[in-house]
Design a protein around this ligand. Sequence first.
Ligand code: NI
Length: 175
Amino acid sequence: MAILDIVKMGHPALRVPAPPVDDPQAPAIRQLAADMVETMHAAPGIGLAATQVGVALRLVVFYLPEGRDERGRGVPLTILANPVIEPLDNDKALGWEGCLSVPDWRGEVPRHTRIRYSGWTPDGERIERVAEGMHARVVQHECDHLDGLLYPQRMEDMSRLVHTSEWAAFMEREA
Ligand code: NI
């Protein structure tokens, strides 16, 4: 396994819609997915898209640690090729996001609160899940990367883009 370089906002790889993975079980895809998982953990982060390591393919990895979502649940480490998202409501909720390709910033981003998503694992397993809240947010964020979108492009109020050096003071004023 290898830790890959994560490209940053401004790199052209982050701007291009990625084509589908032909064979999610191909050895090269399994290797890429394993490297992406290692890279995500090393960063550390909770999600990573192939486009962020300069590979134009529809492949994402993500997880949520136990206790991380609104109901205190986690999401197991998930590797998904060719993910598809279907919103299950018209509502969007604002929530804070960061991105390994946009280091040192956090922004408040509107996302669907409830989605169904599906895709294929490198083991040939079909995954289909209904997700809410933070789980749904992470999946929408990662899948946006596959369409060449970064979270600041989803923001509606850029005054809610906060540098990490200002984060504590910002949240104190919010409280
Ligand atoms: Ni990201």
